[in-house]
Design a protein around this ligand. Sequence first.
Ligand SMILES: [Zn+2]
Ligand SMILES: [Zn+2]
Length: 339
Amino acid sequence: MKAVVLEGKENVRVGEFKDPVLEKGSVKVEIAYCGLCGTDVHKFQGKGGSRPVTYPVPLGHEASGVVCEVGEDVTEYKVGDRVTIDPNWSCGHCYYCKEGITHMCENSRGVSKGLAEYVCAPQENIYKIPDEVTLKEAALTEPLSCCLHGMDLLDVKLGDTVAIIGMGSIGSIVLELCKKASAGDIIVIEANEEKREKAMAMGTTLFVNPLKENVMEKIEQAGIKNVNRVMECVGINDTIETALQIAGKKAIVVLFGLPDPKKDVPIKMRSILQREIEIRTSFLNPNTTERAIHILKNKDLDLSQIVSMEMPMENVPEELKSQEYMRNGKVIVKIKGES
Ligand SMILES: [Zn+2]
Ligand SMILES: [Zn+2]
């Protein structure tokens, strides 16, 4: 089959890769669309993914498609079903799975390498999508489900002041979800000036460019007294430090952006302690896939604000290098497309 294959650090090619093997209890999906994720860039740059990377491996994990074959013992799915794939598999029998925190599974592995013509995934990772949801929209299920987990942790109350750091695809989805959650003032902190207009159009109260403006000063000038909730969607030292600096007294800070495993972040512990800041971290998308599908079905998000580009597999290596379109939102890779 054709796939976008990662051969090593900064070494990616589009070409032949061995077909996945259909095992008992698994479903083979002909992939329609797959989103490109910051994690794919991390893997490309040799910074690892959510789990260790073994080469060669196809990239991608945000896939939708149509069932083309079912393995032995599969009862819930049939050929022709339109589906999306949760890329994270958990065993169901370890301590953490039994405690219901499946994303902490000791035997957890990634199942879906969606930048390929075919994926075989265990049936427990397969979700049917309703007719109202296109296959292209369905490729957004995984990032949206990750955002829902992050939003659960952020625990926005009606009228809360929320700061979102980084307005890539995750930050854009979080912004829309915060509006849905009736947050009060929303501050977007983003170094790309071109996103100012879009952020304001999406209902941001205050946009701050940290490369040009002093974030604390801007917040004070805007008359915002206490930032109750902070969502950090970048994962680099500067933005994590900003998140902890702007958090108000008794604030909740959710760290969502995946940091470089080799980097340590110095934190001003005394000031954090005195404000009684609660730092939470958001990892993967435990039990949020069905809710993500409901949101897509009800057209509760303006996806045109999130998707910046659609491209064929052939363009992915260049995009991983330049991140030209990823900087502005979600890139969706068309594999087979809508059939
Ligand atoms: Zn992703
Ligand atoms: Zn487990």
